[in-house]
Design a binder for this molecule. Structure first.
Ligand code: GDP
Length: 418
């Protein structure tokens, strides 16, 4: 019997011990095999003023020259006046696992005299990716959905040591509900450890003051202590102070490392005592890539989708209701589809009416022209008839024709009469 407090539809769960082999313990392996076969898609966006080391860091993170060598920037007057959006795609593979990686770059961000609207094209780009996903979900056949949504946005903060700039705050405020924000202090090798700590502290209090939500590694109740400790360790490093370099350098103790060489020593990219690069990689790739994808789908996209549908007049219940009630989902899709059809119909009607109006105007014009020509001809004929009548009357009354008339006409008239 279902206890009265239990929601209808859920049966009572009884814990049972198995008597022997069943086989479902292999389920995680099945999932693993399937996802390895299908491969993964991940889209990361990088935002920050030019020269902050964005392309170098992406090359360092994925250990491959994704970004070709950059051309030096043209003089300010010749540069485009708006933020551009550029994507680079690459299929990379590690131990048989394939990853289709897309990096979305935003050249021009923060590079102008007036950067007030620098965030706009970026928000539009993120939303158009949501739009494209929603459109695919609403197709009749939705088995092959391509997920182009941005799963993480690495925001590069200039290593000034002060606090966040107005541009940084404005960007994060506009974007934090649409994308997983990961703030990064660029070129951390230009600051001392103490300066970095102080700077991190200021950045975090600015972020808190403006109620900006940045991505945090999630922890779940049933997780082991080690995983929770790892998540806490990563969280304690935000904003990540990173150093990028895709070049190998020799350390004084004879090792070859990825790093940057200075007269006083080598800054090692992969050394946790030197910078937070390893922790960033853990957050973005090694431990939480799937969480970033999931959070994008379950919260960021879902919220955006709800707002969008509501603004289109589709009443929507909670996502839980939708999940357990396919009829509600179908109904919602039907309404969305109908709204789309109605919009198309209205557009077609408008085009049709416009065409009809143009045709009518043309017809009216040629009618008026015809009428004018007709009137002209009629007047000319009328005049001719009046002349002839006049002539006839004169001939009949036997009066000689006026001197200006030709002699042949006169003769003809005489002959006709005899
Ligand atoms: P982007 O315009 O933001 O993509 O910047 P780039 O990756 O092209 O880097 C601009 C310059 O900064 C290059 O000369 C890089 O070698 C240098 N650079 C990149 N990362 C770092 C870093 O972590 N520290 C320092 N000091 N320089 C860096």
């Amino acid at each position: 019997l279902i206890p009265p407090t239990q929601p209808a539809g859920l049966s009572n769960v009884i814990r049972k011990k198995l008597m022997g082999y069943v086989g479902f313990a292999n389920l995680p392996n099945q999932v693993h095999r399937k996802s390895v076969r299908k491969g993964f898609q991940f889209t990361a966006m990088v935002v920050g003023e030019s020269g902050l080391g964005k392309s170098t860091l992406i090359n360092t993170l994925f250990n491959t020259p994704l970004y070709p060598q950059k051309e030096p920037l043209p003089p300010a007057a010749d540069r485009p006046k708006t933020v551009a959006i550029e994507s680079i795609g690459a299929d990379i593979e590690e131990n048989g696992v394939r990853l289709h990686l897309t990096v979305v770059d935003t050249p021009g961000f923060g590079d102008f005299v007036n950067n007030d609207d620098s965030w706009k094209p970026i928000v539009e780009n993120i939303e158009s990716r949501f739009d494209s996903y929603l459109e695919q979900e609403n197709r009749v056949n939705r088995t092959k959905i391509v997920d182009n949504r941005v799963h993480a946005c690495l925001y590069f903060i200039q290593p000034t040591g002060h606090s966040l700039k107005q541009l940084d705050i404005e960007f994060m405020r506009r974007l934090h509900t649409k994308v997983n924000l990961i703030p990064i202090i660029a070129k951390a090798d230009t600051m001392t450890d103490e300066e970095i700590l102080e700077f991190k502290h200021r950045i975090l209090s600015d972020i808190e003051h403006h109620n900006i939500h940045i991505f945090q590694a999630p922890t779940y109740d049933n997780e082991d202590e080690e995983t929770i400790a790892e998540a806490e360790e990563i969280a304690s490093k935000i904003p990540f102070a990173v150093v990028g370099s895709d070049k190998l350098v020799d350390t004084p103790d004879g090792r070859q490392v990825r790093g940057r060489e200075y007269p006083w020593g080598v800054v090692e990219v992969d050394n946790e005592d030197h910078c937070d690069f390893v922790k960033l990689r853990q957050m973005l790739v090694r431990t939480y890539m799937e969480e970033l994808r999931e959070y994008t789908n379950d919260f960021l996209y879902e919220n955006w989708r709800t707002e969008k549908l509501l603004s289109m007049g589709v009443a929507q219940d909670s996502s839980v209701f939708k999940e357990i009630n396919p009829a509600a989902r179908l109904q919602e899709e039907r309404i969305l589809h109908e709204a789309k059809l109605a919009k198309m119909e209205a557009e077609m009607k408008m085009v049709f009416q416009q065409k009809v109006q143009e045709k009518e105007a043309k017809l009216k014009q040629s009618e008026e022209e015809l009428y004018a020509r007709h009137k002209e001809m009629k007047d000319a004929l009328e005049k001719q008839r009046a002349d002839l009548e006049d002539k006839k009357r004169k001939i009949e009354s036997g009066r000689p024709l006026t001197p200006e008339k030709s002699s042949t006409t006169r003769k003809k008239g005489f002959l006709q009469r005899t």
